[in-house]
Ligand binder design. Structure first.
Ligand SMILES: [Zn+2]
Length: 317
């Protein structure tokens, strides 16, 4: 692994987002043509990793010269979005390749390969992973918001890719981030985990749900716990959070104290919910998992915030 298991993947974005620059058309043009500006690529929601980084431990993104992109990018690639500036003021842009473009042919042959982003989380250089996640989320948003939600007209990219504008009704559209509460319900030495309908066999995780309009994170957490497991929350604290680009969530991790161990499971949402002691939770985090009644279950891997929620609670002593 390229990171300690205490590090939450997709966090710690490495660049200055330079949001004031986005509105400066002249500066943006200059950066797009500057010889030091890099371009990273996303195809089908997957980052393009450099072949070179195969033999160097943690995998890195393929970086190309943004100024010469016309020479190697297919015409139907998206417009570049500004990711930000590094400490030396060098810009990184991101663009998405058309799904049918073959990386193994033409000018990019032998330079890079796509990797599933969840899989990449276990093998990538962490700052590059945060970049890849951000690029995926924003480029994904552009691809799904070609038309104005207000009047139906075609919209265009504006502000270096951090806005879309409607030429007809003048509505401005901004990239969305959807907050999700993900919570470890606890009582004394026990924590509550569940298996959602359709979960991968062998895994159990924290309960979670989207925050609804008008709710605070804590209210959403309390509602989800009651709806899914029938437990009443008395107190909650946010202990971690994570951008989750599938497609655009912000996972807000809470440890929530609840009144009792009695459960009423919503079988439309979850198939099973189990109370675990701290010792058992520690086993769930390990390779071997935790075996009860002959069935072995594991916590999600460190790519998921659920892993870290359980770890944080276990480490609290
Ligand atoms: Zn419009």
């Amino acid at each position: 692994m390229s990171h300690s298991s205490n590090f939450i993947p997709f966090t710690a974005f490495p660049l200055d987002r330079a949001s004031a620059l986005r509105r400066d058309g002249e500066q943006m043009e200059a950066l797009l043509h500057h010889p030091d500006s890099d371009l990273i690529l996303i195809q089908d929601g997957k980052p393009v990793l450099s072949q070179d980084s195969r033999s160097h431990g943690a995998r890195k993104l393929l970086r190309l010269a943004c100024a010469t992109r016309a020479a190697f990018l297919p015409k139907s690639s998206s417009e570049p979005v500004l990711m930000g500036l590094d400490e030396q003021g060098r810009a990184t842009f991101a663009t998405s390749l058309p799904a049918r473009f073959d990386l193994d042919e033409g000018p990019l042959q032998g330079l890079g390969e796509t990797e599933d982003l969840r899989m990449a989380a276990g093998i990538m250089h962490m700052p590059d992973l945060a970049l890849a996640g951000t690029a995926k989320a924003i480029l994904d948003w552009h691809s799904r918001h070609s038309y104005c939600a207000n009047c139906g007209e075609a919209t265009h990219m504006a502000e270096a890719g951090w806005k879309r504008a409607c030429p007809s009704c003048k509505t401005e559209h901004f990239p969305r981030t959807d907050p999700v509460a993900i919570m470890l319900a606890v009582k004394g030495d026990q924590c509550l985990l569940g298996r959602g309908i359709g979960f991968r066999a062998g895994y159990i995780s924290a309960l979670a749900g989207f925050i609804e309009p008008g709710e605070t994170i804590e209210e959403g957490c309390a509602r989800e716990l009651f709806e899914e497991a029938g437990v009443k929350m008395t107190r909650a604290r946010i202990v971690a959070n994570q951008p989750w680009p599938f497609p655009s969530q912000l996972m807000v991790g809470l440890i929530a104290e609840v009144e009792s161990f009695d459960l009423t499971i919503d079988t439309h949402e979850i198939s099973q919910a189990i109370w675990y002691s701290k010792d058992e939770a520690r086993q769930l985090l390990s390779e071997g998992g935790c075996t009860r009644d002959g069935v072995t279950l594991r916590a999600p891997p460190p790519v998921a915030i659920a892993h870290h929620l359980i770890r944080i609670w276990v480490e609290e002593g």
